[in-house]
Design a protein around this ligand. Structure first.
Ligand code: HEM
Length: 463
């Protein structure tokens, strides 16, 4: 059966283009086929149908367990980081069970506690930056989101183990900091341990040290159980599955790695892009300042979260630069038609967030950063989908948005910044994410009057 709109470029050239410049690859294809096309890629399968039409995406995401399946098997590319027991790799009832178990950790009352943590952390990290000295917004945002995730997931916020993890996690992911080094996880033949100095050898050693730190934490918890703890590790350690089994150390390790890796670099990248746009667009900045000034004396984190213009700025940031350009692959389970194209069982589909967010019919002048579009109209979850949908919808969506808004609001209210470089920032593949190529170089130029509430917040912790 003919697949929809197959690209004619030779397979090897397509693969190299996809690895080195995924956005260029997808944008080239949509010039000819704006809604759906078939490409030859690497990572999720050899032949992939890219889907960029909201109606088709709706069809896929609302039938995620019926006509289509979000098979964990196809996320193998992430296995080196998250392990074979990861939630990303599971399917069916074990997957559903884990999601139900962990969902409350990212909603409701927990968010109140996280709100205070985020404001305090942002304040501490930024107050250590010297005046007039350049810093990379991405690195600073990464410090905040890594500390936060270690606290939420492991309940760790100080001590040797915490410091080591904070140092090692970015080091391990650094192997994938550029498009060239990202090829390590696309091409299995590059994954050779040629000693501690070889890139893959170093990755494996860093990962092993991280594993040992996680095992040590798990062992300590088993020896000294504490029912008062509310971090995710404690929850996972006490949970029994349908057969009454507790998780093994290995299973626990994989879930911890999954949450940490899925959660921290993604959110840090989104915050860095937010900084870039706010400081690149003076009118946007002014409107944000005006809105923040309406907060009054003692706004709680939830009222910051609900600010309409701040919400629009964060949405527009995630529209124009969705940190993850594609969703996890979905596989056709029974023969179906999508946008008039018949698809056979086993066809692999990749909903493209990036291309959907660049559709001229949904977002006129899509390369323009214009938060107002999110105020003027509402987009459906299949038109605006930075966190995906269906059975694999991002578990950390609420936390990521909360963090993004609170970090930006806290910092904007307290400090004055400038971009070091006014030139447009380039997109670059960085591991799984679409990151700002330069990391966004900025300087602190002064302080603003602090928002009372953000200063007076108590120190809160998760453990
Ligand atoms: C701006 C930040 C983030 C973005 C853009 C993002 C985006 C995504 C996307 C697109 C997916 C795949 C959804 C699908 O295929 O339908 C996903 C899955 C996931 N995300 Fe996030 N994410 C972010 C932050 C977080 C955070 C903070 C956490 C948790 C601490 C998290 C945990 C997860 C998990 C566990 C999954 C896999 C869910 C499953 O397999 O059932 N993410 N995320």
């Amino acid at each position: 059966m003919q697949l929809p709109n197959p690209l004619k470029t030779p397979s090897l050239l397509q693969k190299l283009h996809w690895v080195a410049d995924p956005v260029g690859y997808m944008e080239n294809a949509t010039q000819k086929y704006p809604d759906i096309f078939t490409g030859r890629t690497i990572g999720f399968g050899d032949t992939i149908v890219f889907v960029n039409h909201p109606q088709a995406i709706q069809e896929i995401l609302t039938n995620d367990r019926k006509k289509f399946v979000a098979a964990g098997e196809l996320n193998r590319i992430t296995e080196a980081f998250v392990g074979e027991n990861s939630i990303l790799m599971l399917d069916g009832s074990p997957h559903k069970w884990l999601r139900q178990l962990m969902t409350p950790c990212f909603h409701g009352q927990r968010m109140q506690v996280y709100g205070q943590l985020i404001c305090n952390l942002s304040d501490r990290v930024f107050s250590q930056l010297p005046l007039d000295q350049p810093f990379l917004a991405r690195n600073v945002a990464q410090n905040i989101s890594l500390e936060l995730i270690l606290q939420i997931v492991l309940g760790l916020y100080e001590g040797e183990r915490f410091e080591k993890l904070k140092h090692l996690l970015p080091l391990m992911l650094d192997l994938f900091r550029s498009p060239v080094t990202s090829s390590f996880f696309f091409f299995r033949f590059l994954q050779q341990d040629l000693g501690a100095w070889s890139p893959w050898g170093k990755f494996l050693r860093d990962r092993e040290t991280i594993y040992q730190l996680l095992y040590a934490e798990i062992a300590e918890r088993r020896q000294k159980p504490n029912s008062e703890r509310v971090d995710i590790l404690s929850l996972l350690m006490s949970a029994q599955d349908e057969t009454g089994q507790l998780m093994t150390d290995h299973q626990l390790r994989d879930q911890l790695m999954s949450l940490i890796i899925a959660g921290y670099e993604t959110t840090a990248t989104a915050i860095a892009w937010g900084f870039y746009w706010i400081y690149h667009k003076p009118l946007v900045r002014e409107k944000l300042f005006k809105e923040l000034d309406t907060l009054g004396d003692f706004p709680d984190p939830m009222s910051i979260y609900r600010l309409p213009y701040l919400t629009a700025v964060c949405n527009e940031t995630l529209r124009i630069h969705p940190v993850l350009m594609i969703l996890f692959p979905r596989v056709v389970r029974e023969s179906v038609e999508l946008l008039g194209h018949p698809l056979e069982t086993g066809t692999v589909l990749l909903p493209s967030v990036y291309l959907t967010h660049q559709r001229e019919d949904l977002y006129p002048q899509p390369k323009e950063f214009r938060p107002e579009r999110f105020i003027e109209r509402q987009f459906s979850p299949y038109e605006f989908l930075p966190f995906g949908g269906g059975v694999r919808r991002c578990m950390g969506e609420a936390l990521a948005l909360f963090q993004m808004k609170l970090v930006l609001a806290t910092i904007l209210s307290r400090y004055q910044f400038a971009l070091v470089n006014e030139q447009p920032e380039r997109l670059q593949r960085r591991g799984f994410t679409l990151a700002p190529a330069s990391g966004i170089k900025m300087i602190v130029t002064g302080r603003r009057e602090p928002l009372e509430s953000l200063v007076k917040m108590k120190t809160a912790s998760v453990s």
